[in-house]
Structures are given as structure tokens and as C-alpha cells.
Write a protein that binds this ligand. Structure first.
Ligand code: GTP
Ligand code: MG
Length: 158
């Protein structure tokens, strides 16, 4: 995919979520830069299950891996069991990225992959990533008068 002036090649490995394939998953995790953990917004149980998957990824790779929690099937509006707020709170608490999608409606799929690509090591300089990771830094001078004088003279206060 193209991200601003860069070409990013993503290799995707789709693991099976069923319990009987569980023992195979650590070998996928070990070689991956990103883990995308998908639940169904119409299934509270699938949302609850994501905790153990996130734990498993963290146990295997610590902070060397980017984790994205994805709430899929947003098209099932009347069947929703997990709110976006609850999922966002969980993602914040576990320090993982989060996005809601609908594979069926094609909603946010491109955004998901752009988010993943932009979060990869070495992509920090992209303006699209800088925006959401930006932190407000308030530089306060101990001498209010000198700060004011600098501003008035057009000087930089940093
Ligand atoms: N309504 C709706 N159904 C979806 C969406 N995405 C997938 N599905 C359906 O959900 C079911 C499960 O989809 P899969 O892609 O097999 O899910 P999976 O997580 O890969 O399942 P495993 O490979 O068994 O772990 C299928 O019937 C899909 O058609 C979506 O965005 N909306
Ligand atoms: Mg599958």
C-alpha cells in the first residue's frame, strides 16, 4: 500500500480462532510485528475473549509488537452488544490501538490497514500519524515578563 510518499508491504497471516488451533498461534505471534485481534461487536463473549488473546501476544512479545483491537460487524446495528466507548476504554487500559470495522460493508477496512502501516517502526515521520500521537507541550517561562517581551518582539518562547 502507499502511505504518503512511501510504499509499505504488509504480509498478512490469518490464524484460525478456534480453540483446537490455539497451540499453533504462538509461532505466528513470534514472527509478527503487528497482531490484529478481531471481535464481533454483536458478541459480548468475543469481546471478552480478546483479553486472553492480547495477554497471549504480550506474553510472547512484550512491547515489541503493535496490537490492534478491532470491533468488526458494525453493520449489525440492532444486534450490537459492545459499545464503542467500552471497547475504547479497554484499548486504552491495555495500551493497544483500536478501530471498529465492517468487513461486510467495507467500512474502515482501508483505515485499519493505514493505521497499521503508519504505526510500524520507522513510520514516525508521517504527518498522518503525527497528528493523533501529538502531545500538547506547554512551555512556561519562570519569568512571565521576559516571556511576554519575547512574544511582543516576535521571538520564540522555546
Ligand atoms: N454482518 C457481518 N458479518 C460478517 C462480517 N465479517 C464477517 N462476517 C461473517 O461472520 C462469519 C465469520 O467470519 P470469518 O471470517 O469466518 O471469521 P473468523 O474470525 O476468520 O473465523 P475463524 O477463521 O474460524 O477464526 C462469516 O459468516 C462471515 O460472513 C461483517 O463485517 N458483518
Ligand atoms: Mg478466519
Amino acid at each position: 500500500m502507499y502511505l504518503e510518499d512511501r510504499t509499505v508491504r504488509l504480509q498478512l497471516w490469518d490464524t484460525a480462532g478456534q480453540e483446537r488451533f490455539r497451540s499453533l498461534i504462538p509461532s505466528y505471534i513470534r514472527d509478527s510485528s503487528v497482531a490484529v485481534i478481531v471481535y464481533d461487536v454483536a458478541s459480548r463473549q468475543s469481546f471478552l475473549n480478546t483479553t486472553k488473546w492480547i495477554d497471549e501476544v504480550r506474553t510472547e512479545r512484550g512491547s515489541d509488537v503493535i496490537v490492534v483491537l478491532v470491533g468488526n460487524k458494525t453493520d449489525l446495528v440492532d444486534k450490537r452488544q459492545v459499545s464503542i466507548e467500552e471497547a475504547e476504554a479497554k484499548a486504552r487500559e491495555l495500551s493497544v490501538m483500536f478501530i471498529e470495522t465492517s468487513a461486510k460493508a467495507g467500512f474502515n477496512i482501508k483505515a485499519l490497514f493505514r493505521k497499521i502501516a503508519a504505526a510500524l517502526p520507522g513510520m514516525e515521520t508521517l504527518s498522518s500519524t503525527k497528528q493523533e500521537d501529538m502531545v500538547d507541550v506547554n512551555l512556561k517561562s519562570s519569568n512571565a515578563n521576559s516571556s511576554l517581551a519575547q512574544q511582543q518582539s516576535g521571538g520564540c518562547s522555546c
